[in-house]
Write a new protein. Sequence first.
Length: 157
Amino acid sequence: MQSGLKLWAKKKGKVGIFYWLSLKQHLEDTREIMGLLWEHWLSEGQRAYIAESMKIEEDEAKSLVMFIGAIHDIGKATPAFQIQRGFQNSEDLDLLLMEKLEQEGFSGIKDLELTDRGKTPHAYAGEVICRLAGMNRGIASIIVVLYPRSFDGILYK
């Protein structure tokens, strides 16, 4: 079994059928889409402007954009996110995903209860993970601005 395939990024139940997307697949898909957007959506001038503003070559800028796509939801790899119940999902789907995590080695995650779980949105967790891994603060902060809410839930304008 490939590591990380049991972590989920998106889930829903519809008419008794469970759908869920692994976090690994979601991050890989987003990385590839970012590359396609770089190649086919941005103009040559826009790509040059982005690279010049960062004082790097265009291929490095594209790699950075793809890397950001690959890590943008890394905060979903936390227990606080993984134990999150679905909004309209079946409890059976939530239980199924918890069981998959326990089979992967996340012992006791089904019974984990965190106080104020909602006060650690996955975007903030992602920034912390990146900073703890030694990532440049400016790059790590991009993850938070993808989800423009403050810790108190107020939308940034």
